[in-house]
Unconditional design. Structure first.
Length: 143
């Protein structure tokens, strides 16, 4: 089943922060703040200056993208609209819904991009060609 998602379905979520003199902590438990249970966690680091990550969409996967350290921009497209958000706090995350093209760009030096995903890796869930993505989004018979 295809989900008819749009950029408005993607949102920045405040994960909260517990502050103490010895440092801060942010906690994500189960699916209290997220509309999915986390089945996979990965992170991007040592991204060379000028490099881009992402450049794909998912058919069913939800993700929470967090700037665990440093900053970067996430460009979102739904086939009709686009929006770029800057992530730069480890206590906020960007919820990206299925059917949204994403590119992660403008990594600061030493940045770490942490991703919490709703599913295990499945190559079949990826749309890696932008023109195929546009066809996927514009095929109204699929909804």
């Amino acid at each position: 089943m295809r989900l008819k998602t749009k950029i408005a379905d993607c949102q920045v979520i405040d994960l909260g922060k517990i502050h103490s003199r010895s440092g801060n902590i942010t906690i994500s438990e189960g699916n209290k703040l997220l509309p999915f249970s986390v089945k996979r966690v990965y992170y991007l680091y040592d991204v060379p200056g000028g490099a881009e990550r992402g450049g794909h969409a998912h058919k069913n996967l939800y993700q929470l993208i967090v700037a665990a350290s440093g900053s970067f921009d996430v460009k979102l497209e739904d086939g009709f609209n686009s929006k770029t958000l800057n992530l730069n706090h480890p206590y906020t995350g960007l919820l990206v819904t299925p059917g949204i093209w994403r590119e992660i760009i403008n990594f600061s030096s030493g940045s770490i991009c942490l991703v919490l995903a709703s599913e295990l890796f499945n190559e079949i869930d990826y749309i890696r060609d932008y023109n195929v993505f546009l066809k996927y989004k514009n095929d109204s018979s699929a909804f």
